[in-house]
Design a protein around this ligand. Structure first.
Ligand code: HAM
Length: 414
C-alpha cells in the first residue's frame, strides 16, 4: 500500500521555483531603498524566550493571548516562535550594547514570523515580513522618513491602491489618563457593546475601536478621541511629522481610531492598506515605540519602525520579477571531461549548467533552448570538444576547457 501523501501545515505554503523571482525582486528593491538610506541588515533567531513577547508586545494583546506558537524545550525553557520582529531587535540592541554606537542605529530585516491566526487569503500562520527599525532618535524626521521609505518600497514594487492612515497615541501617561476616560465612557454604554468588548474594558479599552459589531461601532462613533487629548509636546511632535510628510508629497488620512495590535507604541502610528487586497487589507504598519528598549532592560531609548507583509505585497503588486540569470554555457555530454569543463568555466565566473539526465542529441538541443544557453559545449567521452554559438549556430572545435572558456569570455566582452 502506498503511504498517504503529506501536506504542508494549515496556514503555511511552499515557495515553488516559479514564485521565487518575484520574492527576489521584492528583496532587491527593499535592500536598495533601505540600504540606500543607511539601514543595515539584521537577523535575529526564529525563536526567543516567551517572556520577550509577553513583556514587549503586551500580555493583553491578541498576539500574546491567542496567537503564539509557544513550546517548552528539552531544557524546560519556555520558547516562542517569533510573532514579530521589533521586540527581538530591541532585545539584540540591549544585549549587544548597540546604544554605544552612533545613534540612531538603523536596521532592516526580512524573515519569517509565526502567528496562530485563522488562515485565509493574505493571512498565514507562517508569513514573511520586511521591516525597518530606527533606534535612538526621537526627531519627527525619523517617523516621517520611516513612513516615506515604506511608501517608496511599496510604490517601487507596484503595490496598487495604497492608502496611508496616520494617528498619534501620545505618551503612556496621556494614554493612561485617556484610557480611564474611555473605560468610563464604555462602562456607561456597556449594554450596547459586544461581550468581547465589555470583557476588555479594563485590560484594553482601545481595542473597542476595532470591533466589527454594529452596536459597538455606534457607541464608538461618539467616543472621546485620544488625538484630541494629546499633551502639547506630543501634539507638536505629531504636527512636525505631518509637516514633513506634506513637503515630501505623501498623502495620508488622519485616523484618530487607528489601533495597532501591539502595546509598545507611543506617539506616531501608521498603517498602509491596499485596495487590491480583500479583508486583510493592511499591507504594512508601524509607529514609534519609545518605551520598549527600556522595558527590555536597556536605557531610555526613543525608536520608530515598521513591518510589511511579503505575501500581501506580492498579492497586491504588479509583478516585476528579476530577470533570470543568463546561462553562459550548457555542457552537453557526460563524463569527466564534461565535468572538468564545467568546473573550469565556473572558476572563471561563468554561469554553467551541466547535462544531468543523459539526453540524446535531440534532447540536448531542446534543453539548450529551454535554458536560453548562450553557448553549448558538445563533449565527447574522449574529451573532444566542440563549442556551439547558439545565436549564429557556428560550431568550433576547441583544444580543451581553457580554450573554450577563453572563447566564451571573448564573446562576452565584445
Ligand atoms: P503588524 O501590523 O502586526 O506589525 O504586522 C505588520 C504587517 O505584517 C501587517 O501589516 C501584515 O501585512 C503582515 N502580517 C501580519 N500578520 C500576518 C499574517 N498572519 N499573515 C500574513 N501577513 C501578516 C508588526 O509586526 C510590528 N512589529 C511592526 C513594527 C515594526 N512596528 C514598529 N516597528
Amino acid at each position: 500500500m502506498t503511504p498517504p501523501k503529506l501536506q504542508a501545515p494549515r496556514g503555511t505554503y511552499d515557495v515553488l521555483p516559479e514564485q521565487a523571482p518575484a520574492r527576489l525582486g521584492l528583496e532587491s528593491v527593499a535592500r536598495r531603498v533601505l540600504e540606500g538610506a543607511g539601514y543595515e541588515r539584521i537577523e535575529t533567531p526564529a525563536f526567543e524566550a516567551t517572556e520577550l513577547f509577553s513583556r514587549g508586545v503586551g500580555a493583553s494583546t491578541d498576539i500574546v493571548q491567542k496567537e503564539m506558537y509557544t513550546f517548552t524545550d528539552a531544557g524546560n525553557r519556555s520558547l516562542t516562535l517569533r510573532p514579530e520582529g521589533t521586540a527581538p531587535i530591541c532585545r539584540a540592541y540591549v544585549e549587544h550594547g548597540l546604544h554605544t554606537r552612533p545613534q540612531p542605529v538603523k536596521l532592516w530585516y526580512l524573515g519569517s514570523f509565526f502567528r496562530y491566526e485563522r488562515a485565509q487569503a493574505g493571512r498565514f500562520r507562517q508569513f514573511w515580513q520586511v521591516g525597518a527599525e530606527t533606534i535612538g532618535a526621537d526627531d519627527p524626521a525619523v517617523d516621517a522618513e520611516s513612513i516615506a521609505l515604506l511608501w517608496t518600497v511599496l510604490t517601487e514594487l507596484g503595490v496598487g491602491g495604497i492608502e496611508l492612515r496616520l494617528g498619534s497615541l501620545g505618551t503612556p501617561a496621556t494614554r493612561a489618563d485617556y484610557r480611564g476616560r474611555l473605560a468610563a465612557y464604555l462602562r456607561a454604554h456597556s449594554e450596547q457593546l459586544s461581550p468581547e468588548v465589555v470583557a476588555r474594558i479594563d485590560s484594553n479599552p482601545l481595542r473597542a475601536f476595532d470591533a466589527d459589531d454594529p452596536g459597538t461601532q455606534e457607541v464608538m462613533a461618539g467616543a472621546p478621541l485620544l488625538m484630541d487629548a494629546l499633551a502639547a509636546e506630543d501634539a507638536e511632535h505629531f504636527a512636525e511629522v505631518r509637516a514633513r510628510l506634506d513637503v515630501a508629497g505623501i498623502a495620508y488620512r488622519l485616523d484618530p481610531t487607528l489601533v495597532r495590535g501591539l502595546d509598545y507604541y507611543a506617539r506616531t502610528v501608521f498603517e498602509f492598506t491596499s485596495g487590491e487586497l480583500g479583508a486583510q487589507s493592511a499591507v504594512g504598519g508601524g509607529g514609534r515605540y519609545d518605551g520598549l528598549v527600556e522595558q527590555l532592560g536597556g536605557p531610555p531609548t526613543p525608536a520608530c519602525g515598521w513591518a510589511a507583509g511579503v505575501e500581501r505585497i506580492l498579492l497586491s503588486a504588479d509583478h516585476r520579477p528579476l530577470p533570470r540569470e543568463v546561462c553562459d554555457l550548457y555542457v552537453a555530454g557526460v563524463g569527466v571531461h564534461a565535468f572538468a569543463l564545467a568546473a573550469e568555466a565556473r572558476r572563471a565566473g561563468l554561469n554553467v549548467q551541466l547535462e544531468l539526465a543523459g539526453r540524446s542529441r535531440k534532447g540536448q538541443r531542446k534543453q539548450a533552448e529551454r535554458l536560453g544557453a548562450v553557448h553549448v559545449a558538445l563533449v565527447e567521452p574522449d574529451g573532444a570538444l566542440v563549442l556551439v554559438d547558439s545565436q549564429s549556430g557556428e560550431h568550433v572545435s576547441v583544444a580543451g576547457p581553457t580554450a573554450a572558456v577563453a572563447q566564451i569570455l571573448k564573446g562576452r566582452h565584445l
